[in-house]
Design a protein around this ligand. Structure first.
Ligand code: WQD
Length: 336
């Protein structure tokens, strides 16, 4: 029996596959390579010494997806595939709805046809919108701040309706906070296209000299130093959260949401300070006005995942920064 991973050559997908393989699962990867490259498959195989089945198909191609289920014995699906750039989603909402929603509908229809009812969905803390209260727990109200976030929320609601229609479904909605860092092999990590939107890859590119300085979006939030606060989580801890959810999927009752965060919020200036300690590189920055659509402070209450998945984030901010910096220094030079 295999685990089918969609979007498996992406940042979080690739790290999750490493942990799945090392835990002894057989893995089938489906990816259209729209935001990643096939050499990630070789890198995963080099890290683990295990073989991977890879299908370069688009989930919008339902026939091709059906054939994968026809040819393989699949016990569960971890669904990462989807566009995830907030700014782009505002410019091109239809592209996001078409891709993220329709591909998920195709996936669920084919799963149902082949009697596969175990699904782990890559959701996001973005479904909480502007936090109702802090720390955020899974009972907090949800809303969308942009089309990307709305696709995540809509998919959660679609999967809830699906679960309510057929009790055979066992669905875990994993709400990621802010994934950062990289695998300690230096072979896989975050590969943003163009100038990074997210904080950590922007910082690593300032540190490597690719970018001149960091612009800190906002210095007047109600935080200890006025800069934005987020719950950064090491991507390997996040990957292990998927493994724990998979192991518990059989005892889930229908559909459950879980926060995957550390429960600790760090400000932008704290991240800069920790990164400088980890990299021994000074990060020049300038505090500018807030970024439109940003929330000020956001961090998780991870108790539900701790208790029900027996999952705990173990890597601290220093290790997140160090691994991100190590990856920045190797990613363009390493050959397989
Ligand atoms: C973190 C903090 C910024 C860049 C986004 C998506 C979210 C999720 C994670 C997918 C904030 C500040 C950032 C910069 C800065 N992705 N910042 N200068 O916005 O919390 O979440 O990524 O699920 O959906 O919205 O992450 O890394 O962009 O920002 O000051 O150049 O760093 O204001 O306080 P964010 P981020």
């Amino acid at each position: 029996m295999s685990i089918l991973v969609t979007g498996g050559t992406g940042y979080i997908g690739s790290h999750t596959i490493v942990e799945l393989l090392e835990a002894g699962f057989d893995v089938i990867v489906v990816d259209n390579l729209s935001n990643s490259s096939e050499d990630v498959i070789d890198r995963i195989e080099k890290i683990t010494g295990k073989d991977l089945s890879f299908y370069n198909i688009d989930l919008l191609n339902k026939k091709a997806l059906d054939l994968i289920f026809h040819e393989n014995s699949i016990e569960a699906v971890i669904h990462f595939a989807g566009y995830k750039a907030v700014g782009e989603s505002v410019q091109l909402p239809l592209k996001y709805y078409q891709n993220n929603i329709i591909s998920t509908l195709n996936m669920c229809e084919v799963m149902e046809k082949y009697g596969v009812y175990n699904l782990i969905f890559s959701s996001s803390a973005t479904v909480y919108g502007y936090p109702e209260r802090l720390p955020l727990d899974e009972t907090c109200s949800t809303s969308a701040l942009n089309p990307y976030g709305r696709t995540k929320l809509m998919i959660e609601e679609i999967l809830t309706d699906l679960s309510n229609s057929n009790r055979k479904w066992r669905i875990a909605l994993l709400r990621y906070f802010n994934p950062v860092g990289a695998h300690n092999s230096g072979l896989i990590g975050e590969k943003p296209n163009g100038t990074p939107n997210n904080l950590m890859p922007y910082i690593t590119q300032v540190a490597s000299g690719k970018l001149e300085k960091l612009y800190v979006f906002g210095g007047d939030y109600p935080s200890k130093d006025g800069t934005g606060v987020r719950d950064y989580i090491h991507v390997v801890d996040l990957a292990l959260g998927h493994l724990k959810a998979l192991k518990k999927i059989d005892i889930l009752s229908g559909i459950e949401a879980f926060n995957l965060g550390t429960g600790i919020g760090y400000s932008v200036l704290e991240v800069i300070e920790t990164f400088e300690e980890a990299s021994k590189v000074k990060i020049p920055y300038e505090i500018v006005s807030r970024r439109f659509g940003d929330t000020g402070i956001c961090y998780a209450n991870p108790v539900k995942a701790n208790k029900h998945l027996n999952w705990y984030a173990e890597r601290d901010l220093f290790e997140m920064c160090k691994s991100a910096w190590d990856w920045e220094n190797t990613r363009e030079f390493i050959s397989i």
